[in-house]
Ligand binder design. Structure first.
Ligand code: GLN
Length: 270
């Protein structure tokens, strides 16, 4: 006889939370139903679907890619292997951006990927004028769907950093979570990162090259007193502050994520 829903929760090779997510996804039911239907025996088709998903997870594929979704800033985001999986750390960047966006302010998200930052800002601030760019058409397609699903008004633009912005009106805040892992960093060949788009993770250089481009170009696209806010690696805050100071930004500072790590740095134009 096939196992019950309850039995599959007691005996799994997976982490308990991962297992529940895959069970729900395979059976098309919610968390509550896992409990209320715990005595139900799986059909052959359900068992096959579930087992295939478990195998993908055991092979190392991230849960978010298997189920095609990840929650970020309280909103559901579609994800695929074309985009980085949104991290909870990045919610700090959204909060800092929201705090610095004036009424009807203009916000730019550079390298938007799934659209996590731009869509979260626009969803919470219908008055704001949010632009998001990415060099990847595949990422922009995912981001556009996330904007639609989450009732967020965002203008998308295919652009290699600032190149396609030309003389667009200036912004109040520029936010970016660029690729900042140095080439050859061992994290790139471990865990979830093996499945994520390499161009979203590493600059194929020292980890700071995208941050340098963003810092150098932002003053030409920011209003006076505008803010540049960038996420970076756990050990890059001091270097990023030095780059910002050298480029003449004011009020240069870093902010800590929930783990207490300096995760976002930024500065203001004069
Ligand atoms: N925060 C991601 C990680 O360390 C990297 C994201 C990025 O390079 N922007 O897994």
């Amino acid at each position: 006889m096939n196992p019950t829903i309850g039995a599959l929760q007691q005996h799994s090779q997976l982490d308990a939370l991962d297992n529940r997510v895959l069970l729900c996804y395979a059976l098309g039911i919610n968390r509550i139903a896992l409990i209320t239907q715990s005595e139900r025996v799986l059909s052959d088709g359900e068992l096959q679907r579930y087992s295939a998903l478990v195998q993908r997870r055991l092979d190392g594929e991230p849960i978010a890619y298997i189920v095609g979704q990840r929650e970020f800033f309280g909103l559901p985001f579609e994800v695929s292997s074309a985009v980085l999986i949104p991290r909870p750390d990045t919610e700090l960047l959204v909060e800092l951006t929201l705090e610095r966006t004036p009424v009807r302010g203009r916000v730019l998200d550079m390298g938007t990927g799934s659209g996590a930052i731009a869509v979260s800002v626009a969803h919470n601030r219908a008055d704001a004028d949010v632009t998001a760019l990415d060099v990847s058409d595949a990422a922009l397609a995912v981001a556009q769907r996330n904007a639609d699903t989450n009732q967020a008004r965002v203008s998308f633009l295919r652009s290699d950093w600032y190149t396609a912005l030309a003389d667009a009106p200036r912004f109040d805040v520029i936010a970016a979570n660029p690729p900042y892992i140095a080439s050859g960093d061992h994290h790139l060949s471990e865990g979830d990162l093996r499945y994520e788009p390499v161009g979203a993770l590493t600059d194929h250089a020292d980890g700071l090259s995208a941050l340098r481009i963003i810092i150098a170009g932002a003053p030409a696209h920011l209003k006076p007193q505008g803010w540049l806010l960038m996420e970076h690696g756990y050990d890059q805050a001091e270097q990023v502050r030095a780059l910002l100071s050298a480029a003449g930004y004011a009020e240069v500072q870093s902010w800590r994520d929930l783990a207490g790590i300096e995760r976002v740095s930024g500065g203001k134009t004069g």
